[in-house]
Design a protein around this ligand. Structure first.
Ligand SMILES: Cc1cc2nc3c(=O)[nH]c(=O)nc-3n(C[C@H](O)[C@H](O)[C@H](O)COP(=O)(O)O)c2cc1C
Length: 179
């Protein structure tokens, strides 16, 4: 298999993007946890939910990737991806999660997911409650897009998934195939 779509998804939003991407491109799709054989693989398109800045499953996946692989990485988070400061924060954090050789072969995209507090695990709910209590005390000027998104959506259900946002990622995968 020379191309693969992988996803790291706890609550399904990254998985929805990955599965739609597979429908649009014909590239097979797997959860990161089941994919370990990358022999002959030249391109991985990875969709990962953001958890405290980390991309779910990315660390475990990287260990198995051939060094010359091309990676298209799409983060899926709650915060507004049109906010430049938010994008900078995500990019900085992703940069730290990738080894140099892989970073040079990576094209990054950022998508919006969603959250349903009634489905969160006890640990995640506790984490979000602690973050929320801290965040709401911050002065207005210190509230980043990430913090604002978290405050606005606390204890609710929101779905910002926009499958049309896959178009540039589909184009990038097609372009990568040609080179
Ligand atoms: C514990 C926790 C930490 C999170 N951290 C971030 C974050 O750092 N940045 C962000 O934009 N969204 C964050 N989110 C929101 C998730 O990224 C969002 O719900 C995403 O759609 C999850 O993807 P999934 O449904 O594929 O698991 C967090 C959510 C939880 C529950």
């Amino acid at each position: 298999m020379n191309r693969m779509i992988l996803y790291g998804s706890e609550y399904g939003t990254a998985q929805r993007y990955a599965e739609k991407m597979s429908q649009l491109t014909g590239i097979p799709v797997f959860s990161y946890s089941t994919a370990q054989d990358f022999a002959g693989c030249k391109l991985v398109v990875y969709f990962g939910g953001l958890y405290a800045g980390g991309v779910k499953g990315l660390k475990q996946t990287i260990k198995h990737l051939p060094t010359d692989i091309k990676l298209i990485l799409a983060t899926v988070g709650l915060a507004d991806v049109t906010d430049e400061e938010n994008l900078c924060n995500i990019r900085r954090s992703v940069r730290k999660q990738l080894p140099e050789h892989l970073w040079e072969n990576t094209t990054l995209f950022h998508l919006r997911g969603g959250i349903d507090y009634s489905r969160l695990s006890f640990t995640h709910k506790t984490m979000m409650t602690l973050l929320y209590n801290k965040a709401k005390r911050l002065p207005e000027e210190k509230k980043t897009a990430e913090v604002r998104a978290m405050i606005e959506t606390f204890n609710t259900k929101v779905d910002f998934v926009d499958l049309d946002a896959l178009s540039p990622i589909v184009a990038a995968a097609q372009h990568a195939q040609q080179i």
